[in-house]
Design a protein around this ligand. Structure first.
Ligand SMILES: *[C@@H]1O[C@H](CO)[C@@H](O)[C@H](O)[C@H]1NC(C)=O
Ligand SMILES: *[C@@H]1O[C@H](CO)[C@@H](O)[C@H](O)[C@H]1NC(C)=O
Ligand SMILES: *[C@@H]1O[C@H](CO)[C@@H](O)[C@H](O)[C@H]1NC(C)=O
Ligand SMILES: *[C@@H]1O[C@H](CO)[C@@H](O)[C@H](O)[C@H]1NC(C)=O
Ligand SMILES: *[C@@H]1O[C@H](CO)[C@@H](O)[C@H](O)[C@H]1NC(C)=O
Ligand SMILES: *[C@@H]1O[C@H](CO)[C@@H](O)[C@H](O)[C@H]1NC(C)=O
Ligand SMILES: *[C@@H]1O[C@H](CO)[C@@H](O)[C@H](O)[C@H]1NC(C)=O
Length: 581
């Protein structure tokens, strides 16, 4: 192509000398493609890493990762790719490094060879050069660059088979109807570019996007592409909702009330009602083990997949490499969640752990665990379950030594609960004082098998109050506020149960909350709690308080008490320290 502007090109006929493909291509409808790739998995934080593959938490992808994904039952893979740092020339050609194009092409081949359907996209470019909503953005130039980029991707991947689809761009920013209309134009520029690139691209499935790739703005502003393009198309959108639960904001560690389930249903119903005849795929969703409580997560996985199926919508799980698949060890971090997902996709009924869902609760229970406070005497433990019409077929102890449980000796089961007597539990909770052992042995787990659906693996977890190890500077409960600017503050902790915090509360010396004062109107488990990742985080050795939180203490000019809460959330299962002004 010559250096014509993309805007002009959209109105042109297809002009390129298409590569002659020797590969076969069997035309497929968007509906069949989207159905066939369900359920899907995202190769997150890899080819999309900034600046390049390997820059973030994952090493370069290896083909065996796709074997792991296949073995877990996934049928499709979304390959997010960031191109921004792989241009070797500027306007008007915007040449993409052929080495990078070849790398992407090779990964596509690896995925296709394993029998997956795959979606290739333009990813974090959306918040960089391609952000046409930035003030002063040269939209003409973004159009030119976007066209040239997709022309080159389209040329490189022109002869891939029908199991390869394209998505124009990930989560394009947009807050107004004008942005929404511009995104529709960018969808057409993308279609023009891949059609100009030729090969099989004229028949290739595409998943088009609306502003933000969110369900509401897509519903409001998305318009079908120019009918001159004959590509089979569906709509892709992303769903991370409710925000507070998915991102562990404001101490929201519960999910699964009737209201929670109906809000999920209403969201997916609304976009389906806007696009009754269009294939829909949720290209990203998650409830990561890093951010969510286990029983709540299992309930969310089950409800999310069933609701998507109800609205004829396929799903692709987001996995940044720290969430689900441990690519180094080939192990899934929450195999039970994966099994719940796969059974829900097939429509088989899962039994699920019951858990606290009441926003007014002061404690949070979870039947994904048999918790035992080691300073209390051991008593029989009753765990409520949502059997959902299934019957319990077997219970098996996995470790310390595998053994089947004997009904009515090791457990009893009622219409909605299981009870484990002290005689069974006592040998599995041998240690009464040393839960702060830095290298505790693996906790015992029991796998419950039901007449239908996913087996549930529940964990027997002794716990006591974790201990703050001496931080620097200061001592374990009082830390002088460091001078600005200060980095994140690390508080070393000796875990004594689940090896992560559940929530962190921040109260100033005058009794008001350090951040998000409005949380006073939330329930007791949420008041004054900060937000995971942005305000607090953790690593294997303790809590991380973000620099921004120390800035907030400085701005408030008041000593602030931080209470770090653990699972199970109940009074007493917390430690506190004060940052002294
Ligand atoms: C198709 O095969 C011909 C003859 O072998 C070859 O010249 C051409 O480069 C091939 N085209 C593609 C796109 O691989
Ligand atoms: C905007 O981009 C176009 C295309 O690259 C270029 O011709 C034009 O000079 C740019 N305008 C400004 C103000 O930079
Ligand atoms: C379409 O989506 C919008 C925005 O989410 C929503 O307000 C509207 O109710 C939806 N339309 C239908 C028919 O549900
Ligand atoms: C699902 O949606 C597709 C269009 O995307 C349609 O062809 C198919 O009939 C729908 N299936 C059901 C069960 O509604
Ligand atoms: C742990 O110690 C408490 C108090 O000393 C005692 O009541 C309880 O039975 C002990 N628990 C176990 C599992 O031995
Ligand atoms: C901890 O630090 C506070 C304030 O710096 C001080 O008042 C207190 O005596 C210290 N406690 C110990 C045990 O060092
Ligand atoms: C364990 O139970 C004791 C006695 O009820 C209580 O004082 C303590 O706070 C509990 N520990 C934790 C970590 O919840």
């Amino acid at each position: 192509m010559s250096a014509l502007l993309a805007t002009a090109l959209v109105h042109a006929t297809f002009t390129s000398a298409a590569p002659t493909c020797n590969s076969s291509f069997t035309p497929i409808t968007a509906s069949t493609f989207i159905k066939s790739m369900n359920p899907g998995w995202n190769l997150g934080n890899t080819l999309d890493a900034i600046e390049t593959e390997g820059s973030w938490n994952n090493p370069p992808v290896v083909a065996s990762t796709f074997d792991d994904v296949k073995a877990a039952g996934f049928a499709g893979i979304r390959l997010p790719v960031t191109w921004a740092y792989h241009f070797t020339s500027q306007s008007p050609d915007w040449t993409v490094d052929p080495v990078w194009l070849q790398r992407v092409s090779n990964v596509v081949d690896e995925v296709v060879q394993k029998g997956f359907y795959v979606i290739v996209n333009v990813h974090h470019d959306s918040s960089g050069w391609a952000d046409f909503t930035k003030s002063g953005a040269n939209v003409t130039q973004i159009e030119e660059r976007f066209y040239k980029l997709w022309y080159q991707i389209g040329t490189k991947l022109a002869c891939k088979g029908e199991s390869v689809a394209f998505e124009p761009i990930n989560e394009p920013p947009g807050t107004t109807a004008e942005h929404g209309a511009l995104q529709n134009k960018f969808n057409d520029i993308f279609l023009q570019a891949i059609n100009d690139a030729g090969g099989h691209n004229g028949q290739r499935v595409v998943t088009l996007v609306g502003s933000g790739e969110d369900s509401i703005k897509t519903s409001q502003w998305f318009e079908p592409p120019n009918p001159k393009f004959k590509n089979p198309w569906g709509i892709q959108y992303h769903y991370y909702s409710p925000y507070d639960f998915i991102f562990s904001a404001w101490g929201k560690t519960t999910w699964g009330s009737a209201a929670d389930v109906s809000a999920l249903d209403a969201d997916l119903a609304s976009i389906r009602a806007n696009f009754t005849d269009i294939p829909l795929i949720i290209g990203e969703w998650s409830a990561s083990p890093v951010a969510t409580e286990t029983a709540a997560r299992w309930r969310y996985f089950d409800a999310f997949i069933r609701t998507a199926a109800k609205y004829n919508t396929s799903t692709i799980l987001w996995d940044n490499g720290n969430d689900y698949l441990n690519r180094a060890t080939h192990e899934w971090r929450d195999a039970t969640a994966l099994s719940i997902l796969q059974h829900a996709v097939k429509g088989t009924v899962n039994s699920l752990p019951d858990s606290t869902t009441d926003g007014a609760a002061t404690t949070q229970r979870s039947s994904a665990y048999i918790y035992h406070n080691v300073s209390e005497s051991l008593t029989a433990k009753t765990l409520p379950f949502l059997f959902n019409g299934n019957t319990l077929v077997a219970a098996t102890l996995n470790n310390p030594s595998p053994a089947p449980l004997v009904k009515d000796r090791d457990y009893t089961v009622s219409a909605n609960a299981m009870t484990f007597p002290v005689s069974f539990l006592a040998p599995l909770f041998p240690s009464n004082s040393s839960t702060t052992d830095p290298s505790p042995s693996l906790p015992a787990t029991i796998t419950l098998t039901f007449s239908s659906g996913a087996p549930l693996t529940i964990t027997l977890l002794p716990y006591s109050e974790p201990v703050i190890l001496s931080p620097q500077p200061g001592n374990s409960t009082s830390i002088p506020l460091p001078g600005a600017p200060s980095p994140d503050l690390h508080i070393p902790l000796a875990w004594a149960g689940q090896e992560r915090p559940a929530a962190v509360k921040a109260v100033k010396s005058d009794g008001t909350f350090l951040v998000d004062d409005w949380t006073q109107y939330l329930g007791p488990l949420q008041q004054g709690r900060m937000t995971f990742s942005g305000q607090w985080d953790w690593d294997e050795s303790g809590l991380i308080l973000r620099a921004a939180v120390l800035d907030a203490v400085r701005a408030a000019a008041q000593s602030t008490k931080f209470t770090v809460e653990f699972y199970p959330r109940e009074p007493g299962n917390a430690v506190s320290f004060t940052v002294i002004v």
